[in-house]
Design a protein around this ligand. Structure first.
Ligand code: GDD
Ligand code: MN
Length: 373
């Protein structure tokens, strides 16, 4: 149980609760959020930690302006980095309070349930999750159909494969004992945005969990940074956790993109042969370029969304990706023919080994040359 000090409400004591708020371009929402927290958390000693990824709209300056007048407000300005999960982790680890919460800056999360979450933890829970999907919770905002579908699929996959019994594992609104986070800090993935799911899946023991319903409000200022592609990233995290973290999320996303590229390749080949009546060789060549371009664009949007190439760097990236894939094809052929002709492997095993070789090759080499940091 979390120790509660008798003098907790005196303003001189250190915070009992840190609220970590990741921000990217939320300058218009930050002051209002602090007012709402002030009203909701009367009687508690709290602090709010804005973790801003150097937003171009000056969010960090706004937060620091507030912090200069109000010691309960802090701001961590991260430079040269982007990412929701990483921001949440660093914010939580910067806290010394026994309990930490994570919530969005855009006022979509209902701050009035924070005292209920805190009470649940005081009463022995490790984790309290704000849920849109338990009885009494809801979402006012029409999530796009594809995100809605992704959210539901992800929830049921998490339930089936990771035995995560949360009704809303995608929620970005939760409160947890800080020692539970500190214990697994090393295992958390700072890529992506599914921090809650990651915490639950990484915890060695089952976390005593309470779900508290809330209504997801509509965003009024600024815009959402998460799009339907985040669903794919989420699937990547699920599979990475299934392999015990052995296979990185990025590689899995790269593989998913590659798998879609095979379909595109075959479709393009069909069009080349039937519509443009090319020879097989020319058709293959054209289809390879279509598929490589497809893979590049998708990887740039998805796998490397945090290092997305734009403008001229996009063009150079594409050229380097063509080169990497061509070398990958040579590596593939080398391994496959070697196994088939010299080691006497069956054609399927040799072909499979070749494909694995080129996937690993393309992934590692493009990480260094195409999407270098
Ligand atoms: N520091 C930092 N870095 N903050 C970020 C970044 C980033 O790269 N990207 C987004 N944020 C902040 C936003 O400023 C906001 O405070 C919060 O993270 C959530 O981002 P939104 O862009 O508003 O996300 P959303 O409303 O589409 O998604 C919310 O609902 C999802 C459920 O559908 C989030 O709460 C998700 O976590 C949740 O899964
Ligand atoms: Mn939002």
């Amino acid at each position: 149980m979390v120790p509660v000090r008798p003098d907790a409400a005196s303003s001189a004591s250190s915070p009992e609760l840190s609220i970590v708020v990741p921000t990217y371009k939320e300058a218009a929402n930050v002051p209002r959020l602090v007012e709402l927290l002030d009203a909701a958390l009367a009687g508690l000693v709290w602090e709010v930690i804005f973790v801003d990824d150097d937003s171009p709209d000056g969010t960090a300056a706004v937060a620091k302006g507030l912090a200069a007048r109000d010691p309960r407000v802090r701001c961590l300005r991260r430079v040269g980095r982007r990412g929701l999960a990483g921001a949440c982790i660093e914010g939580m680890l910067s806290s010394a309070a026994p309990v930490v919460a994570v919530m969005d800056a855009d006022l979509q999360h209902d701050e009035t349930i924070l005292p209920k979450m805190y009470a649940a933890i005081r009463d022995g829970a490790d984790l309290a999750v704000g849920s849109r999907y338990v009885e009494g919770g809801s979402s006012n905002e029409g999530l796009s159909a594809i995100r809605q579908w992704g959210s539901e699929t992800a929830t049921s996959l998490a339930r089936r494969f990771l035995r995560i019994e949360l009704s809303d594992p995608m929620s970005g609104f939760f409160m947890i004992r800080r020692d539970r986070v500190e214990a697994i800090a090393d295992d958390l993935s700072s890529e992506g945005f599914k921090i809650l799911l990651d915490i639950v899946a990484s915890s060695p023991e089952r976390l005593r969990t309470t779900e508290i319903p809330f209504t997801f409000r509509e965003r009024t200022a600024g815009e959402s940074k998460l799009d339907s592609l985040v669903t794919a990233e989420y699937l990547g995290l699920l599979f990475s956790k299934l392999t015990g973290g052995l296979v990185p999320v990025r590689f899995l996303m790269f593989l998913m993109v590659g798998a879609s590229g095979i379909v595109v390749h075959l479709a393009a080949l069909k069009v080349a042969l039937h519509v443009f009546a090319t020879t097989f060789l020319w058709g293959e060549l054209a289809a390879s370029f279509v598929a490589m371009t497809w893979n590049f664009v998708l990887n740039n949007q998805l796998t490397y969304r945090d290092r997305r190439l734009t403008g001229l760097r996009f063009v150079w990236g594409l050229v380097s990706f063509y080169l990497v894939c061509s070398l990958g094809t040579i590596a593939n052929m080398g391994v496959a023919t070697g196994l088939f002709e010299m080691a006497g492997s069956g054609p399927w095993i040799a072909g499979f080994a070749g494909a694995v070789m080129s996937a690993v090759f393309n992934y590692t080499v493009s990480a260094v040359f195409t999407w270098r940091k």
